[in-house]
Design a protein around this ligand. Structure first.
Ligand code: FMN
Length: 195
């Protein structure tokens, strides 16, 4: 059993949403939101990576993935639907896998496919950065929910997802800060332009 405890990095029982960073075999960094699935009673930790993403391709090529624990809603939107600027990545300790500079914490995992879309994770090393604690903000959570519905809309074209995004937009306007409002606006623009 690994001595690195994901709980020390905020990855608790259930599904933790993080921005996962990976790199391609040729060294191109990538970031995308991913849910880390932890079952504390069986001491298992894994991810479900759907076919067709850069993240899955990179993990298959390199066997590594970094979970970046962070609360920037705009980066969640940008990394779901596009590429982040190269200057948001860094490579501490000459690591090959990139991490995000503004993460509150990051944790490197070895990642091995078990079956189907399921990949098992083994924590290797990580850093808890010296950042202040972050309270639950319903606006931030609403951005994340909207993004999940947007990715489902992209696949299924069910207009019900658009209604759900409208509902979460309302929560962002009431509970979110400027960054959450900027994120949901970006998402709505993407939905109008691309999806
Ligand atoms: C909050 C959130 C969680 C997500 N979790 C997963 C996941 O666990 N597995 C997955 O394959 N895609 C997940 N996605 C979708 C990917 O982030 C999305 O397909 C992304 O475009 C993949 O980017 P990439 O091609 O750069 O890897 C999630 C999206 C969001 C917004």
């Amino acid at each position: 059993m690994s001595r690195v405890d994901p709980g020390d990095f905020g990855i608790l029982d259930g599904i933790s949403e993080v921005i996962a960073t990976t790199r391609s075999e040729s060294g191109i960094p990538n970031a995308a939101p991913i849910g880390i699935i932890r079952n504390q009673s069986s001491d298992q930790i894994c991810v479900r990576l759907f076919y067709g993403s850069h993240t899955r391709q990179n993990v298959t090529e390199t066997g590594e993935i970094v979970a970046n624990i962070m609360h920037d809603p705009v980066m969640y939107v940008e990394s779901t639907f596009g590429d982040l600027d190269l200057d948001v990545f860094e490579y501490p300790d000459e690591m090959e896998c990139p991490v995000l500079k503004n993460a509150n914490a990051w944790l490197l995992f070895e990642c091995e496919r078990s079956k189907g879309n399921l990949f098992e994770l083994t924590p290797v090393k990580g850093v808890v950065c010296n950042k202040p604690p972050v309270c639950v903000n319903r606006g931030f959570n609403a951005v994340i929910e909207s993004l999940v519905h947007a990715t489902r809309y992209q696949l299924k074209r069910d207009p019900g997802y658009l209604d759900l995004i409208g509902h979460y937009d309302m929560i962002v306007q009431i509970c979110g800060g400027n960054r959450e409002k900027e994120a949901i606006l970006k998402l709505k623009n993407i939905m109008e332009g691309v999806l």
